[in-house]
Ligand binder design. Structure first.
Ligand code: IFM
Length: 440
């Protein structure tokens, strides 16, 4: 055959494969001008909440993060929102939003500042906080690990060493024993993939390593840590509801006609989303068996923020804006607003066959000019999914108030309440009022 005939055949095959991929994996886009965002309907038993995390709001924690902040010369969390001393008035803020649920995390480094040293006063304070929430009719969801842990644990290698998991399990059992008579909903770990990838590949979180091998090892160990703790806590109190919060980022090829972009999409989707889902559906992740992982979730927490348009040259830093489609709105974090991806995320989690709690969703928006639209679009997508029969139980907005946004420091503001870090005055934003109205 002539060379050009071969070329034509190759081209035809390429086009066919691309066409099949485009049809099989559509990138949904909604014409938001055609959607009435003022009419949102939710079942009366749908749960509304807000979320925070210890290191981001408490202030003056001494943990792997505070150490990383000073060693790396990034913005230090310092007093943060001084929530450790202001929690009671902060709970007034939660209550005045009208939410019935509050997700927050326990700071392991406060409970066990040194190996073998337990701080009962700190545990007592968390216990008081729970009583206070319950007295207000607000149900707590407690996260046991939200990116931060004691320095002594980090020095032992943290979750890089499978043999360290028992340290974390001890702490979890201690907290659970003290609080589970009043707390039903437990979230073991927050975003295992973000924790591993940012800390062991992208060097943006502690310990700031850059190794794919270590990233995969940590991700597996964190999932194994969840599995260990799930079974030990369930043995203590079978009626507890235990899950973890999974960040789903939707990956789409930057150019849908480019097979290399599709290949990058599949690889990244497996590393970020697929591997962890497969641990719980198949009992395997990255080719290794994860014993007892199947059946170790009573619910799955979904943290959803965006989709990433990828190519083999995707930036490895958060300092630059990711690409966006022309009609999409860029958020201050440098990724686009893409509410359509919330449904795609829920669909990715469907094989887990457990109820979904939306444990985080929100936007960095210092002027509050985008948040009202962002909130309504995402709530509209949820309301449509509920009509279609998806088992989504709750929505926790990230976040109650502005806080320390990890590698990005205080520059990004995610709060329904604005925080003046000089005076510690909190002020409800317009979007906070909108959220309150929707709930009511
Ligand atoms: O602030 C973080 C949170 O700690 C984990 N999920 C994403 C949020 C916004 O980036």
């Amino acid at each position: 055959m002539l060379w050009w005939a071969w070329l034509l055949i190759a081209l035809a095959v390429y086009c066919l494969i691309t066409a099949i991929l485009c049809l099989r994996f559509p990138e949904t886009h909604i014409d938001w001008n055609q959607v009435n965002l003022e009419e949102l309907t939710f079942p009366t038993d749908f749960s509304w909440g807000v979320a925070t995390a210890s290191h981001q709001i408490e202030g003056h924690n001494q943990n792997n993060w505070s150490k990383f902040e000073s060693e790396r010369g990034i913005e230090v969390s310092g007093a943060a929102c001084n929530h450790w001393n202001r929690w009671e008035t902060d709970f007034d803020l939660v209550e005045s939003l009208g939410v019935g649920h509050y997700r927050f995390s326990i700071e392991w480094s406060r409970i066990q500042p040194q190996e073998g040293e337990w701080n009962e006063d700190a545990l007592q304070q968390y216990s008081k906080m729970i009583d206070n929430l319950l007295a207000r009719g607000i149900e707590p969801m407690v996260t046991l690990h939200h990116f931060s842990h004691p320095i002594w644990f980090e020095e032992k290698g943290g979750f890089l060493n499978q043999s360290n998991i028992h340290f974390w399990a001890d702490y979890c059992e201690r907290v659970f024993t003290a609080l589970s008579d009043r707390v039903t909903n437990w979230c073991t770990v927050n975003e295992p993939e973000v924790f591993s990838i940012m800390g062991y590949h992208m060097k943006l979180f502690p310990p700031g390593k850059g190794s794919i091998r270590k990233t995969i090892r940590v991700m597996k160990n964190v999932v194994m840590a969840h599995v260990t703790v799930y079974h030990s806590l369930k043995a203590l109190r079978p009626e507890a509801r235990i899950g973890l919060a999974k960040n789903i980022t939707i990956f789409d090829p930057l150019h849908r006609w480019n097979l290399l972009h599709w290949l990058t999409t599949f690889i990244l989707n497996y590393i970020w989303n697929g591997a962890i889902i497969s641990a719980f559906t198949k009992g395997r992740m990255f080719g290794r068996r994860i014993p007892k992982a199947k059946g170790s979730l009573d619910y799955i927490g979904l943290n959803y923020y965006t989709h990433a348009l990828v190519s083999p040259f995707i930036p490895q830093t958060i300092e630059v804006d990711l690409p966006k489609r022309p009609h999409e709105i860029m958020t201050e974090f440098g990724y686009p607003m893409y509410a359509e991806g919330l449904q795609r995320s829920v669909e990715l989690l469907k094989p887990l066959k457990v109820p979904i709690e939306i444990t985080e969703n929100g936007v960095a928006d210092s002027e509050d000019s985008l948040r009202p639209e962002h909130l309504k679009r995402h709530l509209w997508v949820i309301s449509e999914m509920l009509k279609q029969g998806f088992d989504i139980r709750s929505y926790y907005h990230w976040s109650l108030m502005d806080n320390f946004e990890w590698a990005e420091g205080y520059s990004l503001r995610f709060g329904l309440y604005h925080v003046d870090y000089e005076t510690q005055v909190r002020t409800l934003r317009k979007s906070g009022e909108i959220y309150r109205k929707i709930i009511n």
